[in-house]
Design a protein around this ligand. Structure first.
Ligand SMILES: Nc1nc2c(c(=O)[nH]1)N(C=O)[C@@H](CNc1ccc(C(=O)N[C@@H](CCC(=O)O)C(=O)O)cc1)CN2
Ligand SMILES: Nc1ncnc2c1ncn2[C@@H]1O[C@H](COP(=O)(O)OP(=O)(O)OP(=O)(O)O)[C@@H](O)[C@H]1O
Length: 193
């Protein structure tokens, strides 16, 4: 069902980009409230993303995180798996090959995906089973493939506008990593256990 996936991806990306600025800012606040309901261990390492292509923004959540939490952003790595770099507002970033800013840090400051407690995962579409349709690079699926056989942490929580939930079920592939939950501006959908 590769065609189904690419047509849906195009449609959802268009809808995401069409959200007016005021609605986008309001949605970021609603999303933050949903995300903050997830308990974090003391000194947690969490990953967000730098919103691009109309994605729901994470800045409100980032600003409201407890002071002992380390916020990280994804960094593309040549082995096809993401690394995560601690990042605070104002620190240096550089556009990656997709034009998405990523922190400029020394290699030894990068964290492996396994090191994180909570990962907020960008997505294009999701369904009631917490299956995810991403941008099509397979980055999150490769990086968190270990979650097929291992329990959380990291807890994987998708972030989306409520309208990104599809009716019915997404066509899925063997490699798709199911999310533990998806938070939207309006509510949280949890994976059936
Ligand atoms: N904000 C954000 N950061 C992220 C992701 C994401 O979805 N959102 N990723 C989630 O995996 C990774 C990057 N994956 C991406 C995969 C494809 C495209 C993309 O725009 N593709 C273009 C054409 C490809 C190209 O230019 O080579 C397109 O589809 O139009 C962007 C990011 C890591 N960082
Ligand atoms: N665990 C894996 N091992 C090897 N290749 C993988 C794995 N997971 C995904 N891929 C590859 O990644 C490609 C893209 O996958 P898919 O279309 O599901 O990406 P996506 O989840 O939408 O993207 P992203 O995570 O970048 O947002 C697939 O064609 C597949 O070949």
């Amino acid at each position: 069902m590769t065609t189904g996936r690419s047509a849906l991806r195009r449609l959802m990306r268009e809808r995401r980009r069409e959200v007016p600025p005021a609605a986008r800012i309001g949605a970021a606040g609603g999303l933050a409230a949903q995300l903050l309901a997830h308990p974090l261990p003391p000194g947690a390492h969490v990953a967000g993303y730098w919103a691009a292509d109309g994605e729901i923004p994470l800045h409100v959540w980032q600003l409201r995180l407890p002071g002992d939490v380390t916020y990280c952003l994804p960094v593309l790595h040549e082995d096809g798996r993401l690394r995560f770099a601690p990042w605070k507002a104002g620190e240096a970033v550089e556009a990656n090959r997709y034009g998405i800013p990523e922190p400029v840090v020394a290699a030894d400051a990068l964290l492996q995906p396994e090191r994180l407690d909570l990962v907020v995962v960008p997505l294009v579409g999701f369904d009631h089973r917490c299956h995810r349709l991403g941008m099509g690079g397979g980055w999150y699926d490769r990086s968190f493939a270990f979650r097929h056989h291992a329990p959380a942490p990291p807890v994987l929580v998708g972030a989306a506008f409520a309208f990104q939930q599809v009716v019915g079920e997404l066509p899925s592939e063997d490699w798709d990593v199911q999310l533990d939950a998806v938070c939207t501006d309006l509510s949280t959908v949890s994976r059936a256990t």
